[in-house]
Write a protein that binds this ligand. Structure first.
Ligand code: HEM
Length: 375
């Protein structure tokens, strides 16, 4: 049994990559005592686990998001998962997303860039508010005070994080979830949301809409902050993007690959099984490290380098794969691309203020706390 010499949670939150490289060179899958689960480290094993929802399920009472939200597409598999996902899938197809949200996102990005301070802190002044505005529009919550929405949201994220590390969600998370539930139910009753005419009950709709919100804020905020951080961290990358803005999509994929804003997804083994030559007993927690798979040298040459011309960057698993592939993938990519495209035009001379910028941090959700841009 490959057992990791225990990396601490602190080490993993600070810089998981060196640790995952070390462990991946020993085995494709290792038991990490600090996480209480098997961590899947290679691209091949991660893809296989993500695509096999019969052997590796999310449908388990220990699942952190399920404990807070109740059954949703994120915490079910098989027919129930299909029913939930189908109720929302049409709204998130690439053409529908482009048609409904391109202008809204462009206008909101332009407005937020114009309102940024000098210097500008990208996460809190641009990425976070954009994600809230877009998800507000998706869910019919545009009228809601964004600060209130974010307050509920942060409490829920803290609760999910606590559950992921074996603690209780906490009273704040539970009451924030109740408040969000009531607000979403109201929006559905008033027919303001995209949701509500999809054949699900109100409770089912609210649970899934809550998951959309949960999936769409912190991660998008992180993804945008990370993309700007990557684009500016090496001035040569920014110069390349300025010279050829058609590279923006590739830069977004490369940023997703190097630092997926959601670093892992959790599954539970339904039977005794073998992954990458390692036997996993039924019932065990299986953590698919998207961060580790995305830097597997067997798939991505020179994996720690940001290479805007990497031919296969889009094969990254940052948005997962298989039946639970991120429903918001097109919407979140559109937001991130729009931010980079408009920054290149609005602030061509932008540069990172290193003293006021932090490295990415986080065990499950990962992003830099501050990405400060100056001229
Ligand atoms: C508009 C923004 C977003 C929305 C609305 C959204 C929504 C969702 C939803 C509803 C699911 C569950 C799909 C299912 O289980 O069938 C999902 C899955 C997922 N999303 Fe997103 N998401 C967004 C952005 C992001 C971002 C920025 C990331 C990371 C960079 C991300 C990473 C993931 C991952 C890894 C999964 C798979 C979860 C699993 O397999 O357990 N999402 N997303």
């Amino acid at each position: 049994v490959p057992i990791a010499e225990d990396p601490s949670l602190d080490e993993l939150a600070k810089d998981p990559h060196a640790c995952w490289h070390r462990l991946r060179s020993q085995a494709p899958v290792v038991w990490v005592p600090a996480l209480g689960g098997w961590v899947v480290l290679t691209y091949a094993a991660a893809s296989a686990v993500l695509r096999d929802a019969v052997t590796f399920t999310v449908d388990d009472p220990r699942f952190s998001t399920g404990q807070l939200f109740g059954p949703s597409m994120l915490s079910t598999d098989g027919a129930e998962h299909e029913r939930f996902r189908a109720a929302f899938a049409a709204e998130f197809r690439p053409t529908d997303i482009r048609q409904r949200f391109t202008t809204l996102i462009q206008d909101e990005v332009a407005r937020l860039i114009a309102a940024c301070g000098r210097p500008a802190e990208i996460r809190t002044e641009l990425a976070g508010p954009l994600a809230v505005a877009v998800m507000g529009a998706v869910l019919g919550l545009s009228e809601e005070d964004p600060a209130r929405l974010l307050g509920w949201y942060s409490a829920i994220v803290a609760g999910v994080d606590a559950i992921s590390t074996g603690k209780a969600a906490g009273a704040d998370a539970v009451s924030a979830h109740a408040a969000l539930h009531n607000r979403l139910a109201l929006s559905i009753e008033q027919n303001a949301a995209i949701v509500g005419t999809n054949g699900l009950s109100i409770d089912e709709t609210v649970a899934n809409a809550g998951i959309l919100l949960f999936g769409g804020l912190e991660t998008t905020e992180g993804m945008i902050a990370l993309a700007v951080w990557h684009a500016l961290r090496d001035p040569a990358v920014w110069r390349d993007l300025r010279a050829d803005p058609s590279l923006v999509s590739a830069a977004v994929e490369e940023s997703l690959r190097l630092e997926p804003a959601a670093t892992r997804v959790d599954r539970y083994a339904t039977v005794d099984t073998v992954v990458g030559g390692v036997t996993i007993p039924a019932g065990d927690l299986v953590i698919v490290s998207l961060a580790a798979a995305n830097r597997d040298p067997a798939v991505f040459a020179d994996p720690d380098q940001f290479d805007v011309r990497r031919p296969n960057a889009a094969r990254n698993l940052a948005l997962a794969a298989g039946p639970h592939y991120c429903l918001g993938a097109h919407l979140t990519r559109l937001q991130t691309r729009t931010v980079l495209e408009q920054l290149l035009i609005a602030w061509p001379e932008a540069a990172l203020d290193e003293r006021q910028t932090s490295e990415p941090y986080g065990l499950v959700f990962r992003k830099p706390d501050r990405v400060t841009v100056a001229w």
